[in-house]
Ligand binder design. Structure first.
Ligand SMILES: [Zn+2]
Length: 83
C-alpha cells in the first residue's frame, strides 16, 4: 500500500465539486457559485422576522443546497442538504 496523502483531511461530504466545496456555509450573505441552479423558494415566519429559503442544485456535482435569507440571523446562509 502506498502511503496516502498525509495532509488531506477527509471532507464531511465527499465528491463536492471545487466551487461547492468553497461555499462558506452558515454565514449570512455568503455567495454561492455560478453553476447552482435555482429551485423552489419558500418563506417561513420566525416570530422575530421572516426567513426565506431557496433551494439550489449544483449542475456540476449534483449537490443540493438551501440558502436561508434571514435578517435576524447572522448564521443563516448556505446549508448542504443531500448529495
Ligand atoms: Zn457542485
Amino acid at each position: 500500500m502506498p502511503p496516502s496523502f498525509p495532509s488531506a483531511p477527509k471532507p464531511a461530504v465527499p465528491d463536492l465539486c471545487e466551487p461547492c466545496a468553497g461555499i462558506q456555509r452558515h454565514w449570512r450573505k455568503a455567495p454561492g457559485h455560478a453553476e447552482l441552479v435555482q429551485g423552489t423558494h419558500s418563506r417561513e415566519d420566525r416570530g422575530s422576522g421572516q426567513a426565506s429559503f431557496t433551494r439550489y442544485r449544483c449542475d456540476r456535482c449534483g449537490a443540493a443546497w438551501e440558502y436561508e435569507n434571514n435578517k435576524a440571523n447572522q448564521h443563516a446562509g448556505w446549508a448542504l442538504l443531500e448529495h
